[in-house]
Design a protein around this ligand. Structure first.
Ligand code: PRP
Length: 217
């Protein structure tokens, strides 16, 4: 797969805290915000360039550095669990344009024999994407990958292909990473952890439970 891990120690620390079953709603949400911020910084560090700029300090002139491309960021919020995660990402990318997609698994229908869920999309509002953009699609959980594949279909249809496309999650299952990277080879998959497996209900194990329920109560 084209998946890579967010390796910052604080990302693993924060994820471990929110996995804990004792972590309550407010701490869980704050943890997701913090994780989003760290992941944003990691994307900047790993994928973005800097340029030299003149700086005048109170004492003298010098050459400083500035990250380029920060005005060409689009963040897609996959409702609802991604909301606190995106809040954190925005601390790293304050000028990002944002899109929202409400996508949910039909849990009652269950997984089909190919390990996919039917996905219902209720609301889609996306900014215009340009070929200069870096698009970050954020969803804390990548389980079967069914949601993300439908979301990416919407994000990429009738729009120019962005310069870079990141799928960012906190916890992923191997099946989901495989499905998304097969269907969208142009996407860079970034995740803080790759967990062991999916259970028969399509939940990531060990995972962190239902992120939407834990964050929103
Ligand atoms: C969760 C999660 C992802 C999706 C992942 O959302 O936030 O969007 O499931 O599963 P998949 O990879 O198998 O598609 P859920 O459908 O529970 O909606 P919610 O965020 O509103 O709780």
């Amino acid at each position: 797969t084209n998946a890579s891990l967010v390796t910052h120690a604080l990302a693993r620390d924060t994820l471990s805290r929110i996995r804990d079953v004792e972590t309550q709603q407010v701490s869980f949400r704050k943890g997701l915000v913090k994780l989003g911020r760290i992941c944003g910084y990691e994307i900047i560090d790993g994928a973005m360039e800097t340029e030299y700029v003149p700086v005048r300090t109170p004492l003298t002139e010098m050459t400083g550095e500035r990250v380029t491309g920060l005005e060409n960021i689009v963040i897609i919020n996959v409702l609802r669990a991604a909301t606190p995660f995106v809040e954190g990402l925005l601390k790293a990318f304050p000028r990002a344009r944002q899109g929202v997609i409400s996508a949910g698994r039909d849990e009652e229908a269950g997984m089909n024999e190919r390990g996919e869920f039917p996905i219902s999309i209720d609301y889609v509002k996306l900014p215009q994407i340009t070929p200069e953009d870096t698009v970050i699609v954020a969803d804390p959980m990548l389980a079967t990958g069914s949601t993300m594949c439908v979301v990416l279909d919407h994000v990429l249809s009738d729009q120019p292909e962005p310069a870079k496309l990141f799928v960012l999650s906190a916890v992923s299952a191997p099946d989901g990473l495989l499905r998304v990277s097969e269907q969208f080879p142009q996407a860079d998959l970034l995740t803080v952890a790759i967990d062991d497996h999916l259970d028969e209900n399509g939940f990531i194990v060990p995972g962190l439970g239902d992120a939407g329920d834990r964050a929103f109560g």
